[in-house]
Design a protein around this ligand. Structure first.
Ligand SMILES: *Cc1c(COP(=O)(O)O)cnc(C)c1O
Length: 363
């Protein structure tokens, strides 16, 4: 209606990025990660937009998967795998998963036992997760073998996929990832011929050996390349552009302060634009002075503390700036990762923190 801040969501960019995954890992099935509402892009929209390009979707929790099944009408998407990666196993949850046809990531031996001992309305697909270094989720080698033998051929288990998650696949130093990949691949080979799933975005881009049967791209679908290695016509495209509007312009004199506590002080006569977006929209309050904001395709610098509904930028070097102008906080022309670096965070966090009151505009 009259919301001064919005995100634009670009379907062509999303599909382009997904095609890049297909080119990088042509032999693998794609399980597109759409947890946290599709990294803040709208899970149902993401699912509808790339259903024909992938074999499944990954979410953190049951409710996320349920919402996708509820709203997505695409017949293709209805046949897709929907994997839950971060739910504790309980009989009630597993029964609901079986009923809905969701896949379940078995992250500890107790979960495997729960699958085996619960009376289920239908068998479920299990992704057995090996801990290869993060010590967050995943089983030890012994637990993994026991879980595998317990579930393999168990009537409650439709099929098994061997899975693990890298701790630092975006690193330039490949030694840890190579070691972690060898760990799961060797163990899996000992257990027989089962589909494997190792690679997140960074591994899809820089560790082809890890692609195997299922890759699990997340952030690269949304246009951020965590390795920085893709260039030229392979470069990923931002899907989300976070935009707002200039609602005030002020000329300040040398020494004048701007914003709460007047954190920023004008080094000389300056022109300050006030933008109608703040931390209540999901722009990080931690942003320091100098964080770039795009105005007329040029980088202006944040000047002063971000407040709840507003932020202020120095537009002295962009003289064509006028009241009502559109600004880009991140997105096309200004990578979210670049803004993230200023704010000591990553694009993932910026994307998932956009709040309810920001309007969604799907292109
Ligand atoms: C989020 C997630 C991914 C995707 O990671 P990206 O770095 O966004 O590609 C893959 N696998 C698991 C288990 C995840 O939780």
């Amino acid at each position: 209606m009259h919301t001064p801040s919005w995100i634009e969501l670009n379907r062509a960019a999303l599909r382009f990025n997904c095609e890049q995954v297909r080119e990088l890992a042509p032999q693998a099935n794609i399980l597109a990660m759409v947890k946290a509402n599709g990294y803040g892009h709208g899970a149902d929209w993401v699912v509808e937009s790339i259903a024909d390009l992938v074999g499944g979707f990954g979410v953190a929790r049951f409710d996320e998967a349920y919402e996708i099944r509820r709203v997505v009408n695409n017949p293709q998407a209805k046949r897709h795998r929907l994997l839950l990666i971060a739910n504790a196993a309980s009989p009630a949850l597993l029964q609901d998963c079986a009923e809905q046809g969701f896949d379940f990531a078995v992250s500890n031996f107790e979960a495997a036992q729960c699958v085996a001992q619960t009376s289920l309305p239908a068998p479920i697909s299990t992704w057995l997760k090996l801990n290869i270094g993060m010590n967050r989720l995943g089983m030890s080698v012994t637990e993994f073998e026991r879980a595998h033998h317990l579930l393999h051929k168990h009537p409650n288990c439709r099929d098994i996929i061997h899975m693990s998650h890298f701790s630092e696949s975006e690193d330039r130093d490949h030694s840890a990832t190579n070691r972690q990949a060898a760990q799961i691949l060797n163990l899996s080979a000992q257990l027989g011929n089962f589909p494997r799933s190792l690679a997140n975005s960074a591994a899809i881009i820089s560790h082809p050996r890890t692609h195997r049967e299922w890759v699990r791209p997340g952030i690269m679908l949304y246009g951020d390349d965590p390795t920085g290695l893709l260039s030229g016509d392979k470069q990923l495209k931002p899907v989300m552009s976070f935009k707002s509007q200039i609602i005030a312009l002020k000329d300040v004199a040398e020494g004048d302060g701007v914003g709460y506590n007047r954190r920023w002080r004008a080094p000389g006569p300056r022109r300050i634009a006030t933008v109608a977006a703040g931390y209540a929209d999901g722009y990080p309050r931690s942003a320091p002075d100098g964080t770039p904001v795009l105005v007329h395709g040029k980088r202006a610098a944040l000047a002063g503390r971000v407040s709840m509904d507003l932020l202020t930028i120095d537009v002295s070097d962009i003289p064509e700036t006028k009241l009502g102008d559109e600004v880009t906080l991140w997105g096309e022309g200004l990578p979210a990762a670049e803004v993230g670096r200023h704010c000591q965070t990553i694009s993932y966090e910026l994307f998932t923190r956009i709040t309810e009151r920001v309007e969604r505009r799907w292109l």
